[in-house]
Design a protein around this ligand. Sequence first.
Ligand SMILES: Cc1cc2nc3c(=O)[nH]c(=O)nc-3n(C[C@H](O)[C@H](O)[C@H](O)COP(=O)(O)OP(=O)(O)OC[C@H]3O[C@@H](n4cnc5c(N)ncnc54)[C@H](O)[C@@H]3O)c2cc1C
Length: 423
Amino acid sequence: MALKNKYDIIVVGGGFAGASAAISAGRLGKSVLLIEKYNCMGGAACYDLVNPFMPYATTNPESGERIDLSCGLFSEIVDRLRTLGGANQSKRSLPFNEEVLKYLLNTMAIESGVDLLYQTYVTGVRKEGDRIKAVKISNVSGNSEIEGESFIDATGDANLAVMADCPFMLGRESDNLCQPMTLCFRLAGVRSFDADLKARINSLYSEYQAAGKIKNPRENVLIFRTLVDDILHFNTTRVIKLDPTNAEDVTRAEIIAREQVFEMYDFLRANFEEFKDSTLISTGIQIGVRESRMIDGDYTLTKEDLLSCKLFDDTIAVCNYDIDIHSPDGSGTSHYYFPSGKYYGIPYRCMIPKNAENLLVAGRCVSADHDAQASLRIMPTCSNLGEAAGIAAALSLENNSLVREVNVDRLREILREKSAKVD
Ligand SMILES: Cc1cc2nc3c(=O)[nH]c(=O)nc-3n(C[C@H](O)[C@H](O)[C@H](O)COP(=O)(O)OP(=O)(O)OC[C@H]3O[C@@H](n4cnc5c(N)ncnc54)[C@H](O)[C@@H]3O)c2cc1C
């Protein structure tokens, strides 16, 4: 692969949003470059060790029929993961093997004609008026820039949009606090794990917390099975009241979370036979950020939109994952579960930032309030948003139009042709 000086579409960030955007645009014949600061795609799934895919289906209450909500490219990723042995047949939370995911996303991107640039950090943009002309990059080759016609910010933190001076919101409206950050980790060599052990762990954890012997403010211990019997996944550290967009705060968060990892590891080994010989085999390469910046887009999705299960004329993805808010203040996790058969739409306008005419933003940083983001942030939905952004960017180039002038009927028609769910 020889890098070009200019691309039709440049995608920054290779998480589920960015990978899906790049693959969908590449399949429409556009020249696409995906730039990622790590050495693979998958984003939080790989460097934060986030697992499993949260549920992305509902059930028709009358017929009992399953309705898949995250279809399209995401279904293809899941099918191909299963074929490669990287996911099982679970129909709810779906555990997957992130090493298989990394390999698969490379394969799918290359098949789709996407150029990849790993270990490369986007540090800025060159902009003329509201039009981004190029991204500035830094990597082992030095500092340079690459031009593009259209850009997709899939950085999770809306980094590209910020570099392009687009307005954004941070965290909860009342005080800008974000959902807690969590450093995920895995223990191997766990002899057995079942509901009874889980209950015993949680009961003793509460006693320890009440006695001040556990510093982690999280209310319980959140454990998931993995594809390997004796390996458990822990999504249970909790760092609160620090800003994920402030480098010093993030450093503090990494240190606090690592203390919590060892606090939990020691607690389990000291008190439960099943963990006596367990080994801490991995922690995320970086602490996981559930929420940070959300762009201030042409439309901001709200909690009220979710509660009324609103669908829009420009819906490009649907979701019914619960409004899952890990308390930004300390203990507690609140949930609002959608009624069976119900889901809400995410409008195309949520991906259009103000102050830029050739930039789309996909993934967990689309324009949404704190509550709405708490639902749409899951990996399946981020993939759906990315797929729509890739197609929309391609359409804007075909029609020589601004991203906000894209024909949304045509966009939704293409998404339907690709089996995505938009109604
Ligand atoms: C602790 C935790 C637990 C979670 N649990 C679940 C769960 O169980 N199931 C679920 O479905 N979802 C879960 N989520 C939510 C989900 O993982 C994320 O919201 C989702 O993966 C975000 O995808 P994304 O593509 O928007 O961003 P990311 O996956 O964050 O991808 C952004 C990419 O952009 C790159 N990047 C950023 N800035 C630059 C730059 N300047 N230059 C180059 N590259 C850049 C990053 O390296 C990264 O690869 C969890 C999240 C966290 C943090």
